[in-house]
Ligand binder design. Sequence first.
Ligand SMILES: O=C(O)CCC(=O)C(=O)O
Length: 242
Amino acid sequence: MEPDARQIFEREGWLVVPRLLDPKAVKALLTATEALEASARTLEHDVTLRGVGFEVQSASGRKGEPAVFPGALRKITFPSKAKGPFNRLRTDPAVLGALEACGLVGPECHVDQVNLKLPRLGTAFPFHQDAHFVVGKTQGRIERKGGLNVVIALDPADAENGSFEVLGRTHQAGLIPFPYDLSVRNEGIFDETHRTILDLQPGDAVLFHPLLAHGSGPNRSDRPRRFVAMWFVGGAPTRTGS
Ligand SMILES: O=C(O)CCC(=O)C(=O)O
């Protein structure tokens, strides 16, 4: 990590950490993702099985609509409940260390998921702030102890296949009301002065503030685009030394 990582993160609301995961770790996550996809190959509608949520890819991108073909997935929530590599990632020292370097004390993972964008079919994520979706006790805890979210690329990602897009510095303006229709992009709602589409390699991570507006475009390529996404909340300080 750069020595001034925390300063950059606080100003911009996001930070790329290249090669946060090594190729072996990425491969294990891809193998686990493919096994979950194989287990869902006949799915035509969203379903939760033993705590793992399978969200199908519809033609419009909206939830609740049928899959474009049986087994086409847009998102898997809590893959950690079925697959070791995802479960271990929640407490991975490299991930937790990167979060701590950006100022989050004692990070605890509250949400893990995989976002899949199928070649030619994967749809956009409208610009949004994750903090909007946090409810109840977690909301209070983020206010008291802070929060930090992460996406990790499992495939090379760029503008063509719908890579992660950030609206830099928007975390400084607080929560802004926005609609969440998955078939639109929500352009013109947040300040787009510092809009950046990130080119990422497998294992690269983006750390971002829960109030930072972000999203991604559709996959216009013949390549898949798979990301792990996790939400962390501050906890007890890690004990060091004697
Ligand atoms: O996977 C993506 O492109 C966007 C992910 C995202 O916006 C999120 O997890 O909040």
